[in-house]
Write a protein that binds this ligand. Structure first.
Ligand code: GLC
Length: 537
């Protein structure tokens, strides 16, 4: 940890998608004992914290993002004892555990929803969002579901519609109801009492909806091939001002357990709107996820502009963070190709702010084509063929070159990638030039040099496909040069008396740099200027 900074400022977060990390009992689905068995990999990699996607009881309509008990563990993933063992072992190793908190909606099988739908007079009726039909009997307004179709489901028994931003099996909770709010905060307290180090808070921008239930306006930017929900601008369904009170309430709960408990918020929003999620006087999320590397064109000028805009928009004291991938988005090695994925890893791990790594990206996993009869994701099932499905990015980690990649002894719930005999953790651990070796080297350099985690960010140039910036901390100074093209590039005027600390090709450590610097295709380098600059890779 860098002096004067919290663990989550200098640390690196690693996302575990538990269904696909490691299976321990042959049912083809990853589990908690599986994660425990693979902690050596994560520790050798050098990450500081695991964020684990939902492990709670769930009918799995949305693979755990439909929670039927906020304080339990799904038997598919193990027992509460397994959870406690994992947490204790992580802490013994000096690592943190972040759980996923899904406050916007529960499962329709949650006892709260069962009670809520049982009658209009049930005390929990108002814990969900119920509305009368429109005069013509149709839904109360034009709101659409993220996963296709309308967002209102008719309940014949009680003669009203309920709202679901995602699947109809995921009814939205009513955060305007104080009792519901307190019950959800209690779920946080239960896990904090058990010792978890924080939460990644799911779909937070959806949490509060317009109190007047006004129609959303049409989106003139919608085109054939885009997700149908985008036909409307989500003016009245996301990013409502009252969401910040609810986030502040979550933060007060977390802070009640000391300054080290972390809240990360998931909201896909433009930078100016995202900044509000730090909260007034930083009373919101410590880290509202910054997803902009996922959508910015992979060009030097565009990336330089993104970094500049984001840094400039941060509120005073607000800490930056960066994301290259997660369980919902196409993998970085597929978006950019494996060569640029190495450059992207260097960018992610040398920018100012907290990086989040998605499992499998450390070995350069790509999206895996899923045969139609093996599709699992409800989004793909509801709206086939548009490429919305997320199964391709959720396939199991290949740990070795065996038939099931060492992931399971049974039939994996999603197929392994066709290249898993070559692209796997064991093979890359034995190869000093592998993507895994690069991640280990980047993480160890970052840990050794606080300038690379907490140091100032200083832009240098963005010309001719090469992005150049510096990181400075005390008397330490590093320059990062990233060739974003698949052709050779020469960069002029690198100041004298520098040495390469790390190349994405892992073969230039210690090379002196003076004047012009030649970068090979898809090559990034970190150069050091001080007397510590001579170390090899
Ligand atoms: C978030 C999750 C996603 C899930 C959705 C609904 O976006 O990351 O996987 O389907 O919320 O909970």
């Amino acid at each position: 940890m860098a002096d004067g900074f919290a663990w989550w400022q200098s640390g690196v977060i690693y996302q575990v998608y538990p269904r696909s990390f490691q299976d321990s009992n042959g049912d083809g689905v990853g589990d908690l004992p599986g994660i425990l068995a693979r902690l050596d990999h994560l520790q050798t990699l050098g990450v500081d914290a695991l964020w684990v996607s939902p492990i709670y009881p769930s009918p799995m309509a949305d693979f755990g993002y439909d929670v039927s008990d906020y304080t339990g563990v799904h038997p598919l993933f193990g027992t509460m004892e397994d959870f406690e063992r994992l947490l204790a072992e992580l802490h013994r190793r000096g690592m943190k555990l972040i759980l996923d908190f899904v406050p916007n909606h529960s499962s329709d099988r949650h006892p709260w929803f069962q009670a809520s739908r049982s009658s209009r007079d049930d005390p929990k009726r108002d814990w969900y969002i119920w509305r009368d039909a429109a005069p013509d009997g149709g839904p109360p307004n034009n709101w659409l579901s993220e996963f296709g179709g309308g967002a209102w489901e008719w309940d014949a028994a009680t003669g009203q519609y309920y709202y679901h931003a995602y699947l109809k099996e995921q009814p939205d909770l009513n955060w305007r109801n104080p009792a519901l709010r307190e019950a959800m905060l209690d779920a946080l307290r239960v896990w904090l009492d058990r010792g978890v180090d924080g939460f990644r808070v799911d779909a937070i921008h959806h949490l509060i909806k317009d109190a007047q239930f006004r129609d959303n306006p049409p989106n003139p930017g919608w085109r054939e091939g885009m997700s149908p929900v985008r036909r409307l601008i989500r003016l009245h369904t996301v990013d409502q001002p009252e969401v910040h009170d609810a986030i502040a309430a979550m933060r007060r709960v977390a802070d009640g357990y000391g300054p080290d408990r972390l809240l990360i918020g998931e909201a896909y929003l433009p930078i100016d709107q995202l900044m509000a999620y730090y909260g007034a006087d930083l009373t919101g999320f410590q880290l509202p996820f910054n997803f902009h590397l996922l959508s910015t064109p992979w060009e030097a000028k565009a990336l330089a502009a993104l970094i500049r805009t984001y840094e400039a928009a941060l509120p005073p004291g607000g800490w930056p963070n960066w994301v290259l991938g997660n369980h919902d988005r196409s993998r970085v090695a597929s978006r950019l190709g494996r060569g640029q994925a190495r450059v992207a890893a260097m960018l992610l791990l040398t920018l100012r702010g907290t990086p989040t790594l998605y499992q499998g990206d450390e070995i350069g996993m790509t999206d895996v084509a899923i045969p139609p009869d093996r599709v699992q994701d409800p989004w793909e099932k509801n709206i086939p063929g548009l490429g919305l499905g997320r199964d391709p990015v959720r396939t199991p980690i290949p740990w070795d070159g065996g038939p099931r990649g060492g992931f399971t002894t049974g039939e994996p719930w999603l197929p392994l990638g066709p290249d898993h005999e070559r692209v796997n953790v064991a093979a890359q651990a034995a190869d000093p030039s592998s993507m895994l070796a690069l991640h280990r080297a980047l993480l160890s350099l970052r840990r050794a040099e606080p300038a690379l985690s907490v140091g100032r960010y200083e832009p240098v140039s963005a010309e001719n496909d090469v992005l150049v910036y510096e990181r400075r901390h005390g008397r330490d100074r590093f320059r990062v040069l990233l060739n974003l093209s698949a052709a050779e590039r020469t960069v002029d005027a690198v100041p004298d008396a520098a040495h390469i600390r790390l190349s994405t090709h892992l073969d230039r450590g210690g090379e002196p740099v003076s004047g012009a610097l030649r970068l090979r295709p898809d090559e990034g380098v970190v150069i050091g200027f001080d007397d510590k600059g001579k170390g090899g890779e």
